[in-house]
Write a protein that binds this ligand. Structure first.
Ligand SMILES: Nc1ncnc2c1ncn2[C@@H]1O[C@H](COP(=O)(O)OP(=O)(O)OP(=O)(O)O)[C@@H](O)[C@H]1O
Length: 270
């Protein structure tokens, strides 16, 4: 596992600055949640962390080495990326998709080794897909595809995993299982999430984005405050702790615009 840090990372397209001076750190072996409203820059930041986009300014480091210093081949062996809604060729099986996780370790025409096969078996097992491994990709549900993409990432035995909204197609059991799995791995994870309660429960560290900038970063209870949530998402919330587990709990009360309208009506009932 490794630490990922960015310094003053910026990225623009057509003169519009989509990421602006991002300084963040994803700690060794921990789960870092990227939060922020639609369009705040979470996916763009993940792409820069993965080296899929080149920043205008700033650097991404894995441990103490910059992305450029690591080089593509080394990065492909240590970093797994789980993007949103990835498509695969219709006629491949689930197992073949998961086997792609072994590609960085194999020569082009090499057969899978025993270790490759065992790693793929374990990844299928951990994502609850063993019984679907011979199915065609196109017959899977959205949630099964999402789990298969995670299985491909696990088959890579990565040191770091970047995940873009990995729970958006999953039913509640599989959401919890996926996040339980991420927290149990000895891997540094950076995960974009929309669900603030899941972020509070599973992330060690949060980075909150707004319009391409980091507006808060730290432990969940320092980031998920009513004031910050209201200012970034425009939603009034109650934040307390769930009595049985002590986990931070966010209850949504109303959008800020609706609250203002209700308050105005109370002030001026006529
Ligand atoms: N290649 C591009 N060209 C133009 N605009 C882009 C490009 N990529 C991203 N954007 C814009 O940058 C902003 C940030 O997008 P991004 O996908 O990173 O946000 P996000 O926080 O992941 O959003 P969501 O929660 O909706 O997935 C959006 O306004 C998006 O339209």
């Amino acid at each position: 596992m490794g630490r990922i840090t960015t310094t003053h990372l910026s990225w623009s397209v057509k003169g519009q600055r989509l990421l602006d001076g991002i300084d963040m750190e994803a700690h060794d072996g921990k789960v870092t949640g990227l939060l922020g409203p639609n369009g705040s820059g979470k996916s763009t930041l993940l792409r820069l962390l993965a080296g899929l986009r080149r920043p205008d300014t700033g650097t991404v480091r894995y441990d103490d080495t910059t992305l450029q210093g690591l080089g593509r081949r080394v990065l492909a062996r240590r970093l797994a990326v789980v993007e949103q809604d990835v498509t695969a060729h219709h006629h491949v099986t689930v197992r073949q998709v998961v086997e792609l996780g072994r590609t960085p370790f194999r020569g082009r025409f090499d057969a899978l080794t025993e270790h490759d096969r065992r790693t793929v078996d374990a990844a299928l097992e951990r994502t609850d897909l063993t019984d679907r491994q011979h199915r065609s990709w196109h017959t899977l549900s959205g949630g099964e595809k999402q789990r298969a993409q995670l299985a491909r990432a696990l088959a890579q035995e990565p040191r770091e995993i970047l995940l873009d909204e990995p729970t958006n197609h999953l039913d509640i059991r599989h959401q919890l299982e996926l996040l339980d799995l991420l927290t149990s791995l000895d891997v540094t994870c950076v995960v974009a999430l929309h669900d603030l309660n899941l972020a509070a429960r599973y992330c060690d560290h949060l980075v909150l984005l707004q319009r391409g900038q980091v507006v808060a970063a730290g432990a969940p209870d320092s980031v998920l405050t009513p004031d910050l949530i209201k200012s970034v998402y425009g939603v009034e919330v109650l934040v307390d702790r769930e009595p049985a587990t002590g986990t931070l709990r966010i209850t949504y009360l109303a959008t800020a615009t609706r609250t203002t309208a209700v308050q105005a009506m109370q002030l001026d009932p006529g």
